[in-house]
Design a protein around this ligand. Structure first.
Ligand SMILES: Nc1nc2c(ncn2[C@@H]2O[C@H](COP(=O)(O)OP(=O)(O)OP(=O)(O)O)[C@@H](O)[C@H]2O)c(=O)[nH]1
Length: 201
């Protein structure tokens, strides 16, 4: 099985302004656009990355969805068939944490085989300034325990835990034998027509 190609669809979900696009930008391109004015995602954006896990090359396709409730119905299109979902909660915004339950319910109802990961974003803003923190560490860990999910606090500004998060997602995928059937190459190409939002050329 070494060297066989496996495609892993990952979807990012969460309230608008929560940091989804920034997380993808940091992971795929190792950059952070803190000086660029915020633009909300329209529809979704797609990016892919090859990762090697224990001698297996995986093409990870990451869907960055729009957090605005206006686009909620569209997000369902993007999480369909996802093997992993990363649900984000902005650590400086309690309502963002509240919204994670909605997405968990969505996935449990419609994509029961999708593995869920929680990410508390913008860790750099709370690390040295505790009054900025509106989502307590134990809120996310307790919720993660309740829904049997993994949780990590991350910062796209500093890169804190970003690689680790996606590495964990990829490792869990490889560790599940049902995911290791040989797939036709380029199965992700059907997504390539996806439109990108910000930071795109
Ligand atoms: N300091 C800091 N700011 C961040 C971080 N992640 C995102 N931001 C900022 O938060 C704002 C929203 O980030 P986005 O990544 O666009 O959020 P989003 O979830 O994609 O938003 P939608 O497209 O509306 O769903 C932007 O101004 C980012 O620069 C982080 O880790 N640290």
């Amino acid at each position: 099985m070494a060297g066989s190609r496996v495609d892993l669809k990952v979807v990012l979900l969460g309230k608008e302004y929560g940091g989804k696009t920034s997380l993808v930008e940091r992971y795929l391109h190792d950059r952070f656009h803190g000086d660029v004015p915020y633009q909300n995602t329209i529809g979704a954006a797609f990016g892919a990355k090859k990762v090697e896990i224990g001698g297996k090359m995986i093409t990870m396709g990451i869907w960055d969805t729009a957090g605005s409730e206006r686009y909620e119905a569209m997000s369902r299109i993007y999480y369909r068939g996802a093997k992993a979902a990363c649900i984000l909660a902005d650590l400086t915004d309690y309502t963002s944490f509240e919204r994670t339950r909605f997405w968990v319910n969505e996935l449990k109802t419609n994509e029961e085989h999708c593995k869920i990961y929680l990410s508390g974003t913008k860790y750099d803003l709370v690390e040295n300034d505790k009054k900025n923190r509106k989502v307590d560490y134990h809120m996310t860990t307790d919720f993660a325990d309740e829904i049997h999910a993994q949780v990590m606090e991350t910062s796209s500004k500093t890169g804190y835990h970003i690689k680790e998060l996606f590495q964990k997602i990829a490792e869990d995928f490889v560790d599940d034998p049902s995911n290791l059937e040989i797939k036709e190459p380029n199965t992700l190409n059907m997504y390539e027509s996806a439109y990108k939002k910000k930071f795109c050329c």
